[in-house]
Design a protein around this ligand. Sequence first.
Ligand SMILES: *[C@@H]1O[C@H](CO)[C@@H](O)[C@H](O)[C@H]1NC(C)=O
Ligand SMILES: *[C@@H]1O[C@H](CO)[C@@H](O)[C@H](O)[C@H]1NC(C)=O
Ligand SMILES: *[C@@H]1O[C@H](CO)[C@@H](O)[C@H](O)[C@H]1NC(C)=O
Ligand SMILES: *[C@@H]1O[C@H](CO)[C@@H](O)[C@H](O)[C@H]1NC(C)=O
Ligand SMILES: *[C@@H]1O[C@H](CO)[C@@H](O)[C@H](O)[C@H]1NC(C)=O
Ligand SMILES: *[C@@H]1O[C@H](CO)[C@@H](O)[C@H](O)[C@H]1NC(C)=O
Ligand SMILES: *[C@@H]1O[C@H](CO)[C@@H](O)[C@H](O)[C@H]1NC(C)=O
Ligand SMILES: *[C@@H]1O[C@H](CO)[C@@H](O)[C@H](O)[C@H]1NC(C)=O
Ligand SMILES: *[C@@H]1O[C@H](CO)[C@@H](O)[C@H](O)[C@H]1NC(C)=O
Ligand SMILES: *[C@@H]1O[C@H](CO)[C@@H](O)[C@H](O)[C@H]1NC(C)=O
Ligand SMILES: *[C@@H]1O[C@H](CO)[C@@H](O)[C@H](O)[C@H]1NC(C)=O
Length: 501
Amino acid sequence: MSLRHLITSVCLAGLAAAAPAPKAQVPGYVDASAGFPQTPSPLGSLATVFGPDSTVAAIATSPPKGTESGAAPPRVSSDPTGHTSHGPFSGTATTTGAVTRAFLASSIPALPPNPTATYYNTDGYLQHDEPAPYTPAGGLGTNGTEPRYMVESDFDFESIALGLYQEWIELDLFNNGLAVFSAEDFAAVGLTAEDRALIAFMAQQESGHATLLTNMLGPKAPVQCTYNYPFTNVREFIDFNQKLTRWGESGVWGFINHLDSREVGQLLSQSIATEARQQMSFRQMLGLHPMPVWFETGIPQSWSWTYLAPYISSCPENQTRLAWQNFPALHILNQPNPNRFSPNDTAWAEVTGNRTSDPSQANITESASCVHLNTTGYGCGPGISHNRSEPLSFAGKKIYFAWDAPGQAVGPNNSYTTSTSAGAPTFVAWVSQLNLTYTPLTVTGESSGFTYQPAGEVYEGDPAVNGTMFVALTDTDLFLTPFNLSMINPHVAALGVYQAG
Ligand SMILES: *[C@@H]1O[C@H](CO)[C@@H](O)[C@H](O)[C@H]1NC(C)=O
Ligand SMILES: *[C@@H]1O[C@H](CO)[C@@H](O)[C@H](O)[C@H]1NC(C)=O
Ligand SMILES: *[C@@H]1O[C@H](CO)[C@@H](O)[C@H](O)[C@H]1NC(C)=O
Ligand SMILES: *[C@@H]1O[C@H](CO)[C@@H](O)[C@H](O)[C@H]1NC(C)=O
Ligand SMILES: *[C@@H]1O[C@H](CO)[C@@H](O)[C@H](O)[C@H]1NC(C)=O
Ligand SMILES: *[C@@H]1O[C@H](CO)[C@@H](O)[C@H](O)[C@H]1NC(C)=O
Ligand SMILES: *[C@@H]1O[C@H](CO)[C@@H](O)[C@H](O)[C@H]1NC(C)=O
Ligand SMILES: *[C@@H]1O[C@H](CO)[C@@H](O)[C@H](O)[C@H]1NC(C)=O
Ligand SMILES: *[C@@H]1O[C@H](CO)[C@@H](O)[C@H](O)[C@H]1NC(C)=O
Ligand SMILES: *[C@@H]1O[C@H](CO)[C@@H](O)[C@H](O)[C@H]1NC(C)=O
Ligand SMILES: *[C@@H]1O[C@H](CO)[C@@H](O)[C@H](O)[C@H]1NC(C)=O
């Protein structure tokens, strides 16, 4: 569970009687001895000729195509072959604002637990008769009803439509980086032709994801838009990708278990598992630790829409619009720069622009850069994993903020408007792993202030704040957990992304 804020957390820790540490359930590996050799065996002679090979039993076969029975359905977008346009939008929107209808209340009230939420198993045996052999009672969608892979509510429609906006930008973005940077540009930051092929493959995955989500939405599924990106070199492209896929993934974790349609949730989880791998790959291409956390966090839909919208410049006429909120931007003025071997030395506002997820500037001097260093603890070239002698951030670090006023035009055609229903911000909410942690915000000006990075852990040994994560300014320190986090929205004054590690 989350703790109210740093101060409370410290007090609680001080007052709590020391709980006995749980015993390890299996003994440790003292004096480990394995029944197999524990040193690499010497290399024999390497292969130099790669064929002819042995033949194995096989038949001639190929997938059915076109109108043949069993042929795969077409994708909603082919792999791009030519020029696509990008850049800011400079027109006037014909429609503005989020999709709305009459409101039944101004916010969702908090209720006690559902009266049916009572199952508790103390003996490890089945508590109810089984509907069939090897089939424990319970579960949803387990009683033989035929699955229907379609959204089942406005909540489902708006959530999957948001997911589709995300898949569309990823499809364009991954291809765009490959198109605007040369093989030499990639090679200069340690990324090979095989790495570019991986990025191209990830773009193709997006056309499959976009097709899946389109099919689950029906005829008014949103279509692809035109985008405006914040990078001018390969490292910034990769950094932007690892940030964008972070909120793409976390946005889905935030709503997937709230969907009415379990069938849609099933297929969506199978696509978001791939998105999670993309996020990790992009972190590795940036020389970051692939996954410095034990749990990936979930965020509300309005948060991912807030992060995504500033990068969409326009959408075609009649595009299906979204119902989610756009919060004002929260700028982290000393965002750690992953291109520096010493992130402590990051200069003020060392990011490529003023949108909240803009990447850190990678055009710093070579003497400050970690990109080409081949020194353990300091190098940040592409790799399976890197240790950083100086971490990107640490508990106790002073973090400086500036935030925008609401009422700014954002998103496709500048047709959405940032808004907040929160009072004056007094807390910083850190959303990472399983946790929502609050620290007090010290306001230093009209729309500027600071806080200190909190030290709490999820389970002992796992600092909650790490990786690419989320911060919000709030007017209260409401106690929330992963399944009711969206109740924070009426209290959010501004929203940012923090590169903690
Ligand atoms: C983080 O979440 C875990 C799991 O809910 C909880 O046990 C822990 O106390 C939380 N830590 C902080 C610092 O909020
Ligand atoms: C957005 O701009 C595009 C291209 O100019 C136009 O076709 C579309 O109708 C516009 N949409 C809105 C909501 O203004
Ligand atoms: C089967 O389970 C679903 C919920 O998963 C429920 O809505 C439906 O009424 C059940 N049908 C029968 C025949 O029990
Ligand atoms: C947009 O919708 C209007 C009204 O339904 C229709 O007349 C028009 O052809 C549509 N435009 C496009 C590009 O689909
Ligand atoms: C980075 O700053 C922290 C806090 O001032 C300090 O403890 C740490 O030594 C610094 N790191 C280096 C490598 O100077
Ligand atoms: C680095 O790029 C930023 C834009 O991202 C630009 O404002 C800055 O002048 C560049 N710095 C150098 C040293 O080229
Ligand atoms: C963000 O930067 C752009 C381009 O430099 C500028 O036009 C805009 O006013 C800035 N917005 C804010 C809120 O500072
Ligand atoms: C990095 O250093 C190691 C150890 O000195 C060496 O084996 C390796 O070839 C070097 N790699 C590069 C890319 O220079
Ligand atoms: C890498 O970090 C781990 C954990 O912090 C540490 O145990 C290990 O010694 C480090 N390895 C190197 C090569 O720096
Ligand atoms: C994040 O995780 C990495 C890898 O375990 C560790 O070196 C770093 O200190 C952590 N950062 C924070 C802020 O705890
Ligand atoms: C959110 O859920 C937690 C239980 O996990 C509960 O203690 C808390 O009161 C809930 N918050 C609200 C605002 O309903």
